[in-house]
Design a protein around this ligand. Structure first.
Ligand SMILES: *Cc1c(COP(=O)(O)O)cnc(C)c1O
Length: 471
């Protein structure tokens, strides 16, 4: 099945058994497209439990108090929320609508954290009214929230968003530095009614060591907050927990070495010999989820230098896990992508095959470029071609680029070139594997008045519409 389509330098996707079953059943694939149009986002949340379990068992080995909050912005289905709750996770919400949907879905307030980058009055009000912890980003936001709390009697429950300021971590727009928070909180009058429940940070990148540093800095801030009479209970280290889309390290390295030596103008690997220079997700990673968390928790302070506070001063030689336990602080995290590993694929129909005016072969799909894309420069995984039961025309073999529905010359669905050794034609199906984390939703648009893709999920017996698409 997998050999019907592959990159000219292949990057073979790891497929879950449910994906193999579906893609081996052209009749079922065609039925989904007939019912819902192309493309259709197909979800099966069975793998989330495994992903959660890997993190939990690493935390358990270290004996720490640990909670997972699923970062909802990574996938918009309500089915993902339901599954996260079944797996005993909380939810990290990034907007008013996300918060509303969680509350309507019955997620308990103490299982939700609001981390939206910019928070509307309506969002702050609903969070306060429902007793949901707010990760506050800055002083304006804290004061806005306090004004809204004014008439109510309960304290304002917040996590302080910390801008980790270690030299090895790039500067960030999010949160404030520890001394800034302390200065704000020392002004008792300004912040009366604020209850600091925890410290929150979220870092770019996927480095375990950077999280260890962030946790160390958070514990240092917690010590000082305790002196101010606060009783924080957790450090939330955000998301960015790595996952791997490819099993083969050699394919991943092979692709990059081939790209490096590609002569300018050679289009055998990528469109217009694109080097895919900056900002692509590391689709292959060695340390993922549990093993990665184990590394975070095992990190030990280098040498106790104050300039390198992996763990707070005076606790030199302790691991991150030991420092958390000594401080009686729970560790929270907010994985999005890595919880959705194995939970979705995007299925689209081939509209046409043709040539670019300079002769480069093209395969057009009934979908646009925003429907399988993240903020990363490209989705570096081979799609799976499913031959239609009754092909409309004779198939042609060879290699081609995939183009989409937006009226833009550069509307490439993927930047890499693909081989079709068994041929391809209108009516065949192309599946983009493992797209549930960000790739379906984070930048999808309905430009040209083309409708957004429909979302279906496996309910245990059949493929059904997700509630997000029932209006
Ligand atoms: C996006 C985001 C996450 C999730 O990140 P992943 O890389 O999907 O794990 C978690 N927390 C915050 C605050 C975020 O903005």
């Amino acid at each position: 099945m997998r050999q019907k389509m592959s990159g000219t330098a292949p990057l073979s996707a790891r497929l879950e058994p449910w994906m193999e079953d579906l893609l081996n059943d052209p009749e079922q694939c065609e039925a989904l497209l007939d019912a819902h149009g192309s493309p259709v986002n197909v979800h099966h949340f069975g793998a989330m439990g495994r992903n959660v379990g890997e993190l939990r068992s690493a935390a358990e080995t270290h004996g720490i108090d640990f909670q997972i909050y699923f970062a909802r912005k990574a996938n918009k289905t309500l089915g993902a929320i339901d599954q996260a709750i079944r797996e005993d996770c909380g939810i990290d919400v990034a907007s008013l609508n996300e918060l509303r949907q969680c509350l309507q879905r019955g997620v308990p307030a103490d299982r939700i954290i609001v981390t939206a980058a910019v928070k509307s009055t309506a969002l702050l009000s609903l969070a306060i009214e429902s007793g949901v912890t707010i990760s506050v980003d800055n002083e304006d936001e804290l004061r806005d929230a306090l004004e809204l709390t004014g008439t109510e009697r309960q304290p304002l429950r917040v996590a302080l968003r910390l801008a980790v300021s270690h030299a090895s971590i790039p500067p960030t727009r999010f949160g404030l530095r520890a001394p800034q928070w302390l200065e704000i909180l020392r002004d008792g009058e300004k912040v009366s009614g604020v209850q600091v429940a925890g410290i929150h940070f979220h870092l770019n990148g996927y480095e375990a060591r950077a999280r260890a540093i962030g946790i160390g800095e958070s514990l240092g801030l917690i010590e000082k907050l305790r002196q101010l009479g606060h009783a924080p209970r957790f450090v939330d280290m955000g998301g960015g927990i790595p996952m791997s889309y490819l099993d083969s390290a050699s394919e991943w390295e092979g692709f990059w070495s081939a790209l490096e030596v590609l002569p300018a103008g050679d289009e055998s690997l990528t469109w217009k010999s694109d080097r895919l220079g900056t900002g692509v997700y590391p689709y292959h990673q060695e340390l993922v989820r549990g093993a990665w968390l184990d590394q975070v928790l095992s990190t030990v302070s280098d040498n106790g230098l104050p300039s390198d506070p992996v763990v707070p001063s005076g606790q030199d030689g302790q691991s991150v896990a030991q420092a958390l336990k000594a401080a009686q602080i729970a560790l929270h995290c907010e994985p999005g992508r890595s919880l959705l590993d194995g939970c979705g694929l995007t299925l689209a129909e081939v509209a046409f095959t043709k040539e670019h005016s300079d002769g480069v072969p093209l395969v057009g799909l009934h979908m646009n470029r925003t429907q399988c894309r993240s903020t990363s420069a490209d989705f570096l995984l081979d799609p799976v071609l499913v031959h239609a039961q009754h092909p409309r025309r004779a198939r042609t073999s060879g290699s081609a680029f995939l183009v989409g529905a937006y009226c833009i010359e550069e509307e490439l669905l993927l930047r890499r070139r693909f081989e079709f050794p068994a041929g391809v034609t209108a009516g065949d199906l192309v599946a983009f594997p493992n797209t549930a984390g960000y790739l379906m939703h984070i930048v999808e648009s309905a430009s040209h008045q083309l409708p957004l893709a429909v979302n279906v999920l496996w309910d245990g017996g059949r493929w059904v519409l997700d509630d997000i698409d029932k209006v």
